[in-house]
Design a protein around this ligand. Structure first.
Ligand code: MN
Ligand code: MN
Length: 468
């Protein structure tokens, strides 16, 4: 039998397009991917909220020689600065050899993830048990958040103006929290509810204690005992919850997934799986041609509104500050700038094949996913990248041996979603979504492939190092 390809096979190779598994396309990168992801796993375990992520990246930035940005400072090529927005978003910047008149290279990713926020007045007692009331943040399937261990993160501002930082339930010896669910024996009525209503918003109540304060008389003694313990530990009183940002997130530690340990299971891959490579890429570049900027933002999961989200002006103001250093206007820089909006996309799930369209869905291990547009229905609520910019990014990735694929966020008219891309596009910047495909997106335990995480790093690095 001849191994020679026949004419049809050769012609197909020349004319057809198909994405390839990284294990085949770039075997040498698999080991690098495993190594790179050890760092990513450490980040996942220590940074479960946007505030914690900002702290994490600030600490690395300072070790790598980044200093706080001074808008009246003097900078030269290779200088590194950071700027933090209200403790919840961070901009990392390395000055390029070219004037910012030529535009900057932006990678934008978000560090907030879906979760359960405490209500302003959360603490109550019912049935001799103490609970916190919550209000969910971002798009979640509520039933997934019951009967799993949860940890408490955030800050409380006290009456004297001082801040208490809370992180409880991450360490093995720390108590955790949970939302109870009904036993199947008594759930026949609950099981008739739709999946969406299986657990309702007002049923997402966190179990936080059961022992009463010792007293002969009086009501709410379990609540009293829990408030006493909270007061002893953190020095706060019930009123202080009004000026707090406390949030419950899944407490499982990060794990490798599969006999081949090729994947990572964790809370909050969306979008820390792009934020980490975006940060590492800017940490590792030396002296880029174009000024490089990584922005790690907040509030994407609730629509990017608010002063720490990318629908606010903080990124525009930062770019304007860079422009002013050279006597330019912000718009002179923005109009010439290019951006990779680094956010996740859906990965093909053989258990649910009907929601995606096979020729236009990302596949695990096929590399970083370039998404021309997201949105819903007739491309509503998105930035549809131009053919010119798509072509530029494709050529850049091919030249730098970045294994990449394309994907849509589901079949036409079946749903949809958005990213920060459109807010950056609205600043007159060329932008396209580039990110990691995810299984079980927005669940308490999302799954990604290590190879794809590493390709995201390679993609962002090649973008920052681009000289054209
Ligand atoms: Mn996202
Ligand atoms: Mn999301």
């Amino acid at each position: 039998m001849s191994e020679k390809k026949n004419e049809a096979e050769l012609l197909k190779e020349k004319l057809f397009f198909e994405s390839e598994n990284i294990c085949k396309a770039d075997e040498a990168s698999v080991k690098k991917a495993d190594k790179f992801c050890e760092g990513y796993k450490d980040f996942l375990n220590t940074s479960k909220t946007e505030r914690e992520a900002v702290e994490y990246f600030k600490a690395i930035a300072e070790k790598k020689g980044f200093v706080e940005f001074d808008k009246k400072g003097k900078y030269k090529a290779g200088d590194k600065v950071y700027s933090i927005n209200r403790k919840k978003a961070i901009i990392l910047c390395v000055f390029g050899k070219k004037s910012v008149e030529n535009g900057v290279r932006l990678v934008a990713s978000h560090i907030d993830s879906p979760r359960l926020d405490l209500k302003p007045n959360p603490l109550y007692e019912d049935g001799e048990l103490a609970f916190f009331k919550t209000h969910y943040y971002g798009g979640i399937k509520k039933y997934q958040w019951t009967a799993i261990p949860l940890s408490l993160h955030g800050v409380v501002l006290k009456a004297d103006g001082s801040t208490v930082t809370v992180s409880l339930g991450e360490k093995a010896n720390e108590p955790k929290f949970v939302i109870t669910d009904l036993l199947p024996h008594l759930a026949s009525e609950q099981c008739k509810r739709t999946l969406n209503e299986g657990i309702k918003g007002e049923e997402l109540n966190i179990l936080i204690g059961s022992r009463p304060f010792k007293s002969d008389k009086g009501s709410e003694l379990v609540k009293l005992n829990i408030m006493r313990l909270i007061n002893e530990k953190y020095g706060i009183v019930e009123k202080d919850f009004l000026s707090a940002e406390l949030t419950l997130v899944p407490a499982f530690p990060v794990s490798d997934i599969g006999f081949d340990a090729s994947m990572i299971g964790a809370y909050g891959h969306d979008d820390r799986v792009c934020a980490y490579p975006a940060a590492m890429a800017i940490f590792d570049i030396k002296s880029p041609e174009y000024t490089a900027v990584t922005v790690l933002t907040d509030k994407e999961e609730i629509g990017s509104d608010g002063n720490t989200g990318l629908n606010s002006s903080y990124l525009k103001y930062f770019i304007s500050d860079l422009a002013r250093l050279e006597g330019l206007e912000g718009r002179d820089v923005l109009s010439k700038s290019q951006c990779l909006s680094a956010d996740v996309n859906v990965a093909f799930d053989p258990n649910f094949p009907d929601v995606t369209e096979k020729k236009n869905v990302a596949v695990l291990n096929h590399g970083v996913c370039v998404t021309k547009y997201t949105g819903a229905r007739g491309k509503s609520g998105t930035s549809d990248a131009s053919a010119e910019f798509m072509n530029k990014v494709a050529r850049l990735f091919d030249k730098n041996k970045v294994v990449w694929q394309t994907g849509e966020l589901g079949k036409v008219d079946i749903g949809g979603g958005g990213t920060v891309a459109m807010y950056i596009a609205n600043l007159d910047v060329d932008v396209i979504d580039v990110g990691v495909p995810v299984l079980s997106m927005h669940s308490p335990f999302e799954v990604v492939a290590k190879n794809d995480v590493y390709m995201a790093y390679k993609a962002f690095t090649s973008f920052f190092e681009d000289k054209e």
